[in-house]
Design a protein around this ligand. Structure first.
Ligand code: E4P
Length: 217
């Protein structure tokens, strides 16, 4: 499963990129606003930090303007992935852009039928929002299971990008279901490394090592 980080904070992206485990970045208008940075400038900087796809979201809602915005964004770098909302015009834009070889991430997906439409529109990624689904009394992971089943039934190439990830259990469930990608805030990715028994084990080994009086270097 590929790991994308869901942020527009440069330091957090640089930090995770240094682990060698980061496959891409997702942003959205709220994350850009939170960063306080200029959209074009920060997106360009992010594209230079990772080799993989960097999702940049268009904000227009009508097809002609969506295409114009996509035209501006896709010139930023080769690894820009245009993020479009799951609407009729969004999927029209998806179809046109993917036909031209541009990566497209269809966002704000909350049903398996929506995911089916996105795949038919040639989306590179479909982003079902599991956390927001859970928040509204549904089971976000049931949605991922349904989409996996449908995509496998028809051999769709669209990758399932599990979004709105809130905790490490979402990551585990996504991996068990066989999602292609997950995008999570930096804290959740850092939490994946942690286990209390790992810390306790290191502590015990170092205490015993100190008793030997030896050093490796
Ligand atoms: C995905 O691409 C979105 O940016 C993101 O995962 C939304 O997550 P949220 O529900 O925590 O805002």
């Amino acid at each position: 499963m590929k790991f994308f980080v869901d942020t527009a904070e440069i330091d957090a992206i640089r930090d995770l990129a240094a682990t060698g485990l980061l496959d891409g970045v997702t942003t959205n208008p709220s994350l850009i606003a939170k960063s306080g940075r200029d959209f074009m400038e920060v997106t360009r900087e992010i594209c230079g930090l990772v080799d993989g796809p960097v999702s940049a979201e268009i904000v227009a809602l009508d097809y002609p303007t969506m295409m114009k915005e996509a035209e501006v964004l896709r010139k930023i770098a080769d690894n820009v992935c245009i993020k479009v909302p799951l609407t009729v015009d969004g999927l029209k834009t998806c179809k046109a852009l993917s036909g031209e070889g541009t990566m497209v991430n269809v966002t704000l997906c909350f049903s398996a039928n929506q995911a089916l439409l996105a795949a038919k529109a040639g989306a590179t990624f479909i982003s079902p929002f599991v956390g927001r689904h859970d928040d509204n009394g549904f089971d976000g992971m049931d949605l991922i299971e349904d989409i996996r089943l449908i995509y496998d039934n028809y051999d769709f190439a669209t990758e399932i990008l599990v979004a709105s990830v809130r905790h490490t259990t979402h990551v585990l469930q996504a991996a068990k279901i066989g999602a292609d990608v997950m995008t999570a805030p930096p804290k959740v990715i850092h939490d994946l490394f942690k286990h209390v028994l790992t810390d306790k084990g290191i502590e015990g080994f170092l205490a015993d090592w100190a008793k030997t009086g030896q050093s490796i270097l």
